[in-house]
Ligand binder design. Structure first.
Ligand SMILES: *Cc1c(COP(=O)(O)O)cnc(C)c1O
Length: 332
């Protein structure tokens, strides 16, 4: 059976969504409602003071027809971390996972065949209808989950040009590991400028020369069979894909070197034949094809190793390789 893939990523949603309200100091039972609209007070805390965070993860239809979620515990833990930092109620792990699994079960017939998948977008918002709470947390919240069939975001051979930005930061440094809309709004001016002025796909944020990440994905170099990437700090988002790629690469015999490195080192490594990759749930690995550094374009000569590591990860997702790290949750 061939299931259609929407042309635009994240534009089509499963008709219903699980909604979990936090009220009276506790999480209420999960209710199912239409994913077309959400009733919200215009004064809701999230709309005024940014008490919002989200997650992104995927479910896959495997070669034998089974449907699985990829590392949902990691995304739940990350949303719990975002909630703590944003002073939002922390979702209950079991209720959250149960809602995810039930949603995937209900949307199972809409999951396209490989290499497409079902993208899941848990969203947590503060809902207190009180605009006087600028300096106080919301006492009420909603956690809801959208499900969206998506195509293969990975476009082999398409150019990925990054503008290396050393002056501006993506977001406030203490907010980097929070997956929240506010950080995207913060990065937008530099991302739009990079597109308009350089035709760049993304900005690689390297404040003061410290190589961090792009607006929506993590960054790594592959040089002499070593993966080099920044160690986990508060300043950037701790990607689940980053972690998966490091573990799979180690399993393939790569050395993993989590350390700070500079734009000068990046440039020297690329000129010495290093590959450069972006990691994230949507595409797993996107090979970077060139950098703009100080107005000069520097081409990346190879993409083979990144593509091989990508295949090793997607083979686990689609059931073509053994789930040796215990990353899959069976749904149906
Ligand atoms: C979501 C996100 C990533 C990638 O995280 P994954 O868990 O791998 O999808 C990287 N950077 C930012 C800023 C993000 O929001």
């Amino acid at each position: 059976m061939t299931r259609p893939v929407p042309a635009v990523f994240g534009s089509v949603f499963h008709a219903e969504m699980p909604v979990i309200a936090y009220q009276d100091g506790t999480w209420q039972p999960t209710v199912w409602q239409s994913a077309d609209e959400l009733k919200l007070a215009p004064g809701a805390h999230s709309l005024h003071y940014g008490s919002e965070c989200f997650e992104g993860l995927k479910a896959f239809r495997q070669a034998d027809g089974k449907i699985v979620l990829f590392r949902p515990e990691a995304n739940i833990a990350r949303m719990q971390q975002s909630a703590r930092i944003l002073n939002l109620p922390v979702p209950d792990s079991k209720q959250f996972l149960d809602a995810l699994v039930e949603l995937v079960r209900r949307a199972a017939n809409e999951i396209p065949d490989a290499p497409a998948s079902l993208y899941l977008r848990p969203t947590l918002i503060g809902t207190d209808p009180v605009i006087g709470k600028a300096g106080a947390p919301s006492d009420t919240a909603l956690l809801y989950i959208l499900a969206s069939p998506v195509g293969d975001y990975f476009q082999a051979g398409s150019p990925v040009k990054l503008l290396v930005e050393t002056e501006h930061i993506r977001c406030a440094p203490h907010m980097g590991r929070v997956k929240c809309g506010g950080n995207y709004a913060s990065a937008m001016p530099w991302v739009l400028k990079a597109k308009a002025e350089y035709g760049a796909a993304q900005v690689l944020f390297c404040p003061g020369g410290d190589v961090q990440e792009t607006g929506a994905s993590n960054f790594a170099l592959i040089h002499n069979r070593t993966i080099i990437t920044k160690p986990l700090t508060d300043e950037f988002l701790h990607g689940v894909t980053r972690d998966s790629v490091l573990k799979v690469a180690a399993g393939l015999g790569y050395a993993v070197d989590e350390r700070n490195f500079t734009v000068d080192e990046l440039k020297a490594a690329v000129q010495d034949g290093a590959e450069a990759i972006l990691t994230g749930t949507a595409a797993v690995i996107s090979p970077v094809t060139s950098f703009i550094i100080g107005g000069e374009e520097i081409a990346v000569s190879a993409t083979e190793q990144g593509n091989a590591i990508r295949k090793a990860v997607t083979d686990i997702q689609f059931g073509l390789a053994e789930d040796r790290y215990g990353w899959l949750t069976a749904v149906c």
